[in-house]
Structures are given as structure tokens and as C-alpha cells.
Design a protein around this ligand. Structure first.
Ligand SMILES: NC(=O)c1ccc[n+]([C@@H]2O[C@H](COP(=O)([O-])OP(=O)(O)OC[C@H]3O[C@@H](n4cnc5c(N)ncnc54)[C@H](O)[C@@H]3O)[C@@H](O)[C@H]2O)c1
Length: 464
């Protein structure tokens, strides 16, 4: 891959940047407690903030519920957009039962189709909020429209999947900032109090010098393996690819970007840096009858500028051992960043390299507050108090270094931060201009199959 254009951002976000992000959000939390006593400065002079949900799937519904659960936030869901009416109806029903009149989405404000997001955002006033919870392939297009319309945004993770989409998000983040818009990103682990405490303990040297990190996400396949190739009768290919987004690199960055971004981000946060390069292997042992651009196993070695390593293993296979978590080793002792799931983190520091229950130096107090709730409390506190709040650049950088590992595995080559940031291969080129009648971004080859990555064969992942 050529490294033609100069870097638009430094590859080592400074410790000060990480720290300032952490403390800024921490300040915002405390403002939530004061919400009742603060003068409300909300959208268009009203004390109610409206929001639209774009992408009404599992996480979209979860994010809307988390938003509506923020104490004192005075939010109302007023518009919903999705490709499928059934998804809208099922979330509208569930949220309506839970939050009653704070869900005010009559049929006229339910929008279906590839450009439904515009109609939903058009229902908002400047200073309201758009939740962008579709697959990431649409993220930059939806973010661009929200920023144009002057609304705050919550962008689900990941926010980008390659160099071009990352550069788009970073440019949009600057535009949002210039308009004083707040941007939350669904990397909720950053909002976890347990991990924040671990971060501060690691910075103060409790585990010594941080030497190595390792992480795992190993579980069964994301889709059943016996799906027939291609969309079911009557569903256009574009919708099929958007619906089965984990299988298509343009839509999701694959399982690698979609799943592993949390773990990659957690490690980079603790390390206070982005890795400078990635080397990786991977392959597909079982393809079944499923169209899918993913490998079913990935092994990555990320290297930081000071030589520190981060080894990551991803696997989606049936009947194999399951493992989930990110861990590290310092010169004084090992530590767990998150142990068995995203929440609770159960962050822990050990007295030496033995990660045993009887060898604990510190462990996060239980029960932990839910980070999915906390990320919304922090965003709403920033909106209420008009504090600077923009997680988009950091989210884009985390998404980019995740893609760096994926692309290293898919190409069979070492990929540097500089290369990935400047890489011209644009998986979501043209997505902003799609209509319901457009051909799908990924076309089948002459053999009738979708192209898949073959390390060593292509310049980019599955083409070029
Ligand atoms: N933060 C987290 O831990 C977390 C957890 C799960 C999912 N996510 C993220 O949330 C996003 C959605 O994942 P999900 O699990 O909710 O998937 P999902 O399939 O349950 O929901 C996605 C929804 O988006 C809709 N959609 C697709 N393209 C659209 C478009 N152009 N316009 C409008 N709607 C569109 C789909 O029809 C579907 O209803 C992904 O980016 C995923 O990575 C984050």
C-alpha cells in the first residue's frame, strides 16, 4: 500500500490527550448529579431534547433505552429510521412499553429505506440528538447529515473501517466541533469506572512498566453456517448486505472491526498510544454455504512505538474453547483490563505475573455501574452544561488501528499506522449516494460468489 499523503493526525496520541479525555468525561459525570440544579440550556430554547433513532436493531434499541434512562435528561424519542418496518415497530413497541410518553413516534415519523435517516433527522431541531446505530458502513454519511443539520450525535462503534472512512469521520468531527456539537461514540468501555481506576493505577506505576498485552475474543460463528448464498427471495442485494453486515467488509469491517474494536481500544487506552504497525495471520477453515468475507481465525501482533507488543486472537468457530478478555503484563505484575465480558470489567492488578485469586493487589469494586448507561450520562451532562465533548476523533483512531490488524491479516503484509491512514482503498466509496435501487457495494465475481480476502494475492483485501 502506498503512503502517498502526509498523516492528518499523529500516530501517537499523547498521554495528555488520553488523560484530558478521561478527566473531561469524569467532570461531566459529576454534572449529572447537578442536573436538577442547573439552568437547562436545550435545543431551540425548549427544556426538552428530542432524539431520532437511526438503525433500530439490538444496539439501537439499547442505546435509546440507555438515553431515556439518564436521570433528569428530559429526552423524548420522536423519530425512527430503518431499512425494515418490522425493526422499527418492534423497538417502538418495546421502548414505548418501558418509557411510555417519552416515546412519541407516530407512524408519520417512522421512516423506512436507505435514505430514511435524512427524514428522521429532519424531524429534529438544532441541538437535538441523532443516534446513529446502523452498521458502520453508513456511519460517515449519517454523521455528515446530522452535523449539517446542527444536531448532536451518538455514533455507535466502530465509526470507520479503513483509511478513507477514518479521514471522513475526522473531518466531520472538526465540523461538529466548529458548530459546538457534542459527539458521543459507543466505545462504552472508556466510560467504565473500573477501567478508569485501573488506568490511573497503571499510570501511577502499580504494575510497573507496561511490557506486553494480550487479548482474546473466541466464540462460535456469528451467522449460522448453513445459510444459502445470497439474499432470500425478494430481498435486494443491497439490503441483504446491510442486514448481514458482519459478513461484508464495506458494511461492517467484518467481525474483526465490528467485534475487536473494544479490546483494541482498551489496550491502547491503557498504553496511552496507538500501535505503529500490525502483523497478522488468519484463515478460513470452514466456509459452509454462507457468503462471508471474514476469516474464522485471526492472530495479530500489534507493535507500539516503544516496542511494546499487543497480541490478539480472534476466532469464530463451533465447538472450540471460548475465551474473551484483554490482559497485560507490567514489570511488577500482570493485570486484567476486562475479564469475561464488556461489563462488568472486573479489572484487577496482581502482585506478580501469576493471575490467581489469592494473588490480587487490587480489584475493581463490585457491582460496577453499567458503562452503556454511563456513556449516556456523560454525553447528556456535556449537552446540559454545554461542555466541550467530542469522542469522534478518538473513536476513529481506535477504529483505524483495529482495521490495521484486519488488513494485515487479509493481505498477509505488515501494515503501518501511516499506511492504513493514507491507504486509498475506500470500502464505503459511494455509500453516501446510495438509493434503494442502487446495486450493492459488493458485486459477485464471474463464479457467482462474492470475492473474499486471499493473503498475498491482492494489493488490498480482496481486490487490486
Ligand atoms: N457498543 C457495543 O457494545 C455494541 C454492541 C452491539 C452492536 N454495536 C454496534 O451497533 C451497530 C448495530 O449493531 P446491532 O447489533 O444493533 O445490529 P442489528 O442488525 O441488530 O441492527 C442494525 C439495524 O440497522 C438497520 N439498518 C441497516 N442499514 C441501515 C440504513 N442504511 N439506514 C437505516 N437503518 C439501517 C438494520 O435494518 C437493523 O435493524 C453496529 O455498528 C455494531 O457494531 C455496538
Amino acid at each position: 500500500m502506498p503512503a502517498a499523503v502526509p498523516l492528518s493526525i499523529g500516530n501517537a496520541t499523547t498521554r495528555r490527550d488520553f488523560l484530558s479525555t478521561t478527566s473531561r468525561a469524569a467532570t461531566a459525570t459529576s454534572l449529572v448529579a447537578l442536573a436538577g440544579t442547573m439552568p437547562a440550556v436545550h435545543a431551540a430554547g425548549s427544556d426538552e431534547i428530542r432524539f431520532a433513532l437511526i438503525g433500530c436493531g439490538g444496539r439501537g434499541g439499547g442505546a435509546a433505552a440507555d438515553a431515556l434512562s439518564v436521570p433528569g435528561a428530559n429526552l423524548r424519542l420522536v423519530a425512527m429510521a430503518d431499512l425494515f418496518l418490522e425493526s422499527i415497530n418492534s423497538r417502538r413497541r418495546g421502548l414505548g412499553e418501558q418509557f411510555k410518553e417519552r416515546v412519541d413516534v407516530p407512524d408519520e415519523r417512522c421512516f423506512v429505506g436507505i435514505n430514511a435517516y435524512k427524514a428522521a433527522i429532519d424531524c429534529l431541531r438544532p441541538g437535538d440528538i441523532a443516534i446513529c446505530a446502523t452498521p458502520v458502513g453508513f456511519r460517515a454519511a449519517h454523521f455528515a447529515y446530522a452535523v449539517e443539520k446542527g444536531v448532536h450525535t451518538f455514533l455507535e462503534k466502530p465509526v470507520s473501517i479503513d483509511g478513507p472512512s477514518t479521514r471522513r469521520i475526522i473531518e466531520l468531527a472538526a465540523k461538529a466541533e466548529a458548530k459546538n456539537l457534542k459527539v458521543g461514540v459507543g466505545l462504552m468501555c472508556r466510560h467504565s469506572e473500573a477501567r478508569r481506576e485501573l488506568y490511573h493505577r497503571l499510570q501511577s506505576g502499580e504494575a510497573g512498566e507496561l511490557i506486553a498485552f494480550h487479548g482474546y475474543r473466541e466464540h462460535g460463528p456469528v451467522q449460522p453456517m448453513d445459510l444459502y448464498p445470497g439474499p432470500p427471495e425478494g430481498m435486494r442485494d443491497l439490503y441483504w448486505q446491510a442486514k448481514r453486515f458482519h459478513s461484508f467488509l464495506w458494511a461492517s469491517g467484518g467481525v474483526f472491526s465490528d467485534f475487536y474494536v473494544h479490546h483494541v481500544d482498551e489496550v491502547c487506552w491503557m498504553k496511552n498510544a496507538w500501535p505503529v504497525k500490525a502483523e497478522a495471520t488468519g484463515g478460513r477453515h470452514f466456509r459452509g454455504r454462507l457468503d462471508d468475507q471474514n476469516f474464522d481465525s485471526y492472530g495479530v501482533e500489534y507493535t507500539f512505538a516503544d516496542g511494546t507488543k499487543f497480541f490478539y486472537s480472534g476466532r469464530t468457530m463451533k465447538d472450540c474453547e471460548q475465551k474473551f478478555g484483554v490482559f497485560g503484563q507490567g514489570s511488577k505484575g500482570a493485570f486484567t483490563i476486562s475479564g469475561s465480558g464488556h461489563a462488568p470489567a472486573k479489572s484487577t492488578i496482581y502482585k506478580n505475573q501469576q493471575m490467581a485469586k489469592d494473588n490480587i493487589l487490587w480489584t475493581a469494586e463490585q457491582p460496577e455501574n453499567n458503562p452503556y448507561r454511563l456513556e449516556w450520562e456523560h454525553l447528556m451532562a456535556a449537552i446540559h452544561s454545554d461542555a466541550k465533548y467530542n469522542e469522534a476523533v478518538r473513536g476513529a483512531e481506535a477504529s483505524l488501528v483495529t482495521a490495521m490488524g484486519r488488513i494485515a491479516a487479509h493481505t498477509g503484509r505488515t501494515v503501518t499506522f501511516e499506511e492504513i491512514m493514507n491507504c486509498p482503498d475506500d470500502l464505503t466509496a459511494g455509500v453516501a449516494d446510495l438509493t434503494d435501487d442502487s446495486p450493492a457495494p459488493l458485486q459477485r465475481g464471474a463464479d457467482g460468489l462474492y470475492p473474499v480476502p486471499m493473503p498475498g494475492r491482492y494489493k488490498f483485501e480482496f481486490r487490486g
